[in-house]
Design a protein around this ligand. Structure first.
Ligand SMILES: *Cc1c(COP(=O)(O)O)cnc(C)c1O
Length: 461
């Protein structure tokens, strides 16, 4: 299996190289040259299998010879062993034709654990083999950083440095980043907002001397390994509702378009998915794009669903690549236009996108109302991101079963949940002592050189 860039001019890589590289050198994102398909019989045979067995079958065709079958099975087993639910991603029915796919039973209570736990194992295995050691630096608005620190803690081949905006993540998110004691993981609290953290990370990747010196690597949501791991639960969920004999639709609370794009890959692989509904909060660039075909940047407004507060959705480029018939030059052209504010998708590409991707938007009021209503009607306490999804999903219910992705546990966003429902969502028992563990964090200014110095100190200590 070979991996190519969405912009067409970067070197073609193996799975291992694409995973370790992250962003392609031409600025594009890596994708498999061909998407493998599974037969109806293969999908039907997934019924009743464990999450881990389905994960192996779905991902195996993508990884080439990076791992042997036995090794890959072992990595998958380790990745999901720490989850707090035997099904890993259980499905809960809330209405006659509406289901919630609970993706928050991992160690940091958000769906990002599904991908991060697995790529933690895959990085460690690949780097141990090559004898390399890398420094992963990432910016987070909360969930990615906590999932990364949790996944990589104690792994010998990897240092992890996470930059988060000081005072702007929830207490649970912060504590998940600051309480692990392993010396290979570090949280830096930056004086600034999330965009400042992202800019620092970008500057570090563009500082080639520093980049080579510390062997910089990235695990943000454009990493193909992360997208791939997320394809799996589309299969387990759909099969448990009768796929391949019965089609289903999904509604996905969306920020960077990574999760919903994984659903697109599942569909290309042969899973009978009718609609993929992109649910946005009031930062609705994707909803506007799918309505009009014009992708235009606007400022970001903070919401109670902060993991979806984005201005530009990086993984959308992958969907564009397929919409343009895998024409890297066309994608590169649109991305060039984006630098000056936006672009308009060609008619053919727009029709291709909207044949699968539908969309909707939830205001802050809609989100709070959904939290309240689902608690009252169904006894389900939703996190604000899931509530955005549930609100939008209700506008797309029909004869096909709708599965809304429940992307985080309500206890991760207790203030918004309490304000909407009056209920204080308790942490699961297995992490109830989170508030008692000592914290370890380094406060840094937004100055690049200062942050780079702190990183160098931490990785040589
Ligand atoms: C990251 C995140 C999202 C958005 O996922 P994307 O893959 O960026 O679209 C939604 N909900 C929660 C809780 C998240 O952490």
């Amino acid at each position: 299996m070979r991996y190519i860039s969405t912009r067409g001019t970067a070197p073609v890589l193996t799975f291992e190289q694409a995973m370790l590289t992250g962003l392609a050198r031409d600025g594009g994102l890596y994708l498999p040259e061909d998407i493998p398909t599974l037969t109806t019989a293969q999908i039907a045979a997934m019924a009743g299998k464990s999450y881990e067995d389905v994960a192996f079958e779905v991902m195996r065709p993508f990884i080439g010879d990076t791992f042997t079958d036995a090794q890959f099975r072992d990595l998958i087993a380790r990745a999901y062993a720490g989850f707090g639910h035997a099904a890993r991603a259980p499905l809960v029915q809330v209405d006659s034709n509406h289901y919630l796919l609970e993706l928050f039973h991992g160690p940091t209570l958000a769906f990002k654990d599904f991908a991060m736990q697995l790529i933690g194992q895959m990085f460690q295995a690949a780097l141990t083999r090559s004898g390399d050691r890398v420094t992963i630096v990432g910016a987070t608005s909360g969930d990615t950083g906590s999932a990364a620190i949790e996944a990589f803690r104690g792994l010998k081949a990897v240092y992890v440095i996470i930059l988060y905006p000081h005072g702007r993540v929830s207490e649970v998110q912060r504590r998940q980043m600051t309480t692990p004691v392993e010396s290979n993981v570090h949280a830096l609290a930056v004086d600034g907002d999330f965009e400042d953290c992202q800019a620092l990370v970008k500057d570090m990747f563009n500082d080639f001397a520093f980049r080579d010196d510390v062997r910089l690597a990235g695990v943000n949501s454009i990493n193909w390994g992360r997208v791939l791991a997320q394809v799996v639960y589309y299969f387990t969920a759909a099969v448990s509702l009768g796929a391949p004999h019965r089609p289903v639709s999904f509604t996905v609370p969306t920020g960077n378009f990574g999760d919903v794009f994984a659903g697109f890959i599942a569909k290309q692989m042969g899973l009978p998915i009718v609609d993929l509904v992109v649910a946005t909060n009031r930062n609705d660039i994707l909803h506007r794009t799918l309505l009009t075909g014009a992708y235009t940047k606007e400022g970001v407004t903070p919401t109670i669903s902060p993991s979806m507060d984005i201005q530009v959705s990086s993984n959308f480029e992958r969907a564009l690549f397929y919409a343009y018939g895998q024409d890297g030059a066309a994608v590169a052209g649109q991305m060039e236009d984006l630098k000056s504010g936006g672009f308009t998708i060609s008619q053919g590409a727009y029709e291709m996108l909207t044949a699968t991707f539908k969309s909707g938007r939830a205001s802050e009021e809609d989100t709070s109302a959904a939290i309240k209503a689902y608690n009252a009607r169904h006894g389900e306490l939703l996190c604000p991101h899931t509530a955005v999804g549930a609100h939008v999903a209700e506008k797309h219910l029909g004869t096909v079963p709708m599965i809304t992705l429940a992307t985080a546990h309500p206890a991760k966003f207790p203030d918004a949940v309490k304000a909407a429902s009056g209920i204080a969502a308790p942490l699961p028992a297995r992490m109830a002592d989170l508030y008692d563990r000592p914290e370890r964090v380094t406060r840094v200014s937004g100055d690049l050189a200062a942050v780079q110095n702190v990183i160098k100190e931490r990785i040589t200590a």
